[in-house]
Design a protein around this ligand. Structure first.
Ligand SMILES: [Zn+2]
Length: 404
């Protein structure tokens, strides 16, 4: 009798282990191998032509579609992938006489930025986190507007086109972390209703059975331990480091180093660091110099007003939605704070909602779905309003007083 029970139990265990192994797939996106749930590898069946997000698609776009801009490799990732940027306009000469910190001590950032400090320089980057696809799609459409006046749907953005000519220098980095992007083998996720788990798995990582490491727990271990059975998501580079939280005062990762070297030369006024991770489009309050907090509040009001007017926020109440006081806390010290203290820029994170699931319900309990096209609109409105703000406010040379 006992032997029969053990035999049956043995058969059940054997069968369930077989079922489990059939439901996972081994992938080798770079130098590391990972066991992931097969179901999680599904892509959306119909991917719109404007939705370009993979490293291959981005590199093809840069090779074939950039005419006005100059494409340059600014660095190489830990996994030996090129980090590419597109440059427009004329650079600041940047012949300052002191360090950035020195200029704060001298009480005039002109001393750091140089005699042409009134030039306006804008830098945008996406793909710091490789599993966050909306910003990569958005930044490619932004490049399309800069090149042709139209996004990849053929929709014109005349205000961006006009601003393009009034800003002295624009630098666009479509994928800051190509290793992380390479690790997530999805171009566009199917829509899974209120189920966020698959997107979260690819973004912040999980286990072979599909359960999540979770946010912010994924940040407890940097660098990531590639000898574990966990999948790290798209956060880290091939060395396991999430560059949003690099070791900024010691040996930085090659991606971060390249970005800091670039910013040291270009001295941007405004940096947009584009991410995914919000219920409705939002900006995070950066950890930055106290004197830049009021500047951020003005930028925030402008961008949130435009998103609300476009019907992309929870309510239509502009005054409510654009109130910076409603953003309770400042971001912790991270890449944006480090960049700000490195070169004097205001560096702000914009968070997009996710195209793979709905994160909110309306008053009737129905899902609020921001369609991929609405997410594209949110991205381009974010760029448009930020460029307008930079032009109207005059940039860092006007944000804090100069002695001259
Ligand atoms: Zn992110």
């Amino acid at each position: 009798m006992n032997r029969t029970i053990y035999l049956i139990l043995g058969i059940i265990l054997f069968v369930t282990s077989k079922v489990k192994s059939q439901n996972t797939t081994w992938i080798k996106p770079g130098i590391h191998c990972f066991e992931v749930p097969t179901e999680y590898l599904k892509e959306r069946e119909q991917i719109p032509a404007y939705w370009l997000t993979s490293n291959r698609e981005i590199n093809e776009f840069l090779d074939e579609k950039i005419r006005k801009g100059e494409v340059r490799q600014i660095g190489t990732s830990a996994g030996n992938r090129p980090i590419r940027a597109v440059f427009y306009g004329s650079p600041r000469k940047g012949e300052g006489t002191t360090t950035y910190s020195g200029s704060l001590g001298y009480q005039d950032v002109l001393a750091y930025r140089g005699p042409d400090h009134e030039k306006t320089v804008f830098l945008a980057m996406a793909g710091v986190h490789g599993g966050e696809l909306e910003p990569i799609m958005g930044i490619i459409n932004f490049l399309s507007v800069l090149e042709t006046g139209k996004d990849l749907r053929g929709v014109s953005w005349p205000v961006i086109e006009e601003l393009f000519n009034s800003i002295d220098r624009l630098i666009v980095i479509p994928v800051m972390n190509p290793d992380g992007r390479n690790r997530v083998p999805i171009r566009m996720f199917p829509f899974r209703g209120m189920n966020y788990e698959v997107n979260e798995f690819w973004n912040t990582g999980g286990y072979p059975d599909g359960t999540l490491i979770g946010w912010p727990d994924v940040k407890e271990f940097i660098p990531f331990d590639f000898t574990s059975n966990k999948f790290p998501g798209g956060y880290s580079n091939e060395a396991g480091v999430n560059i949003q939280h690099d070791d900024f005062f010691n040996a930085m990762q090659p991606e971060t180093r390249a970005l800091f070297d670039l910013c040291g030369i270009e001295k941007p006024d405004l940096i947009l660091n584009m991410h995914t991770g919000a219920v409705f489009p939002k900006m995070l309050k950066p950890f930055t110099e106290v004197s830049l907090n009021v500047v951020f509040d003005r930028l925030y009001r402008k961008v949130l007003t435009a998103w609300t007017t476009a019907g992309l926020e929870k309510t239509d109440n502009v005054q409510l939605e654009s109130d910076p006081e409603r953003v309770g806390s400042y971001s912790p010290f991270s890449l944006d704070g480090a960049l700000s203290f490195h070169c004097g820029a205001l560096s702000a994170v914009i968070e997009s909602p996710n195209h793979g699931f709905a994160a909110a319900r309306d008053g009737q309990g129905d899902m609020i779905v921001l369609t991929p096209e609405m997410l594209l609109e949110a991205q381009l409105i974010g760029y448009q309003e930020s460029l307008q703000f930079l032009k109207d406010s005059g940039g860092r040379s006007q944000w804090t007083p100069s002695k001259n």
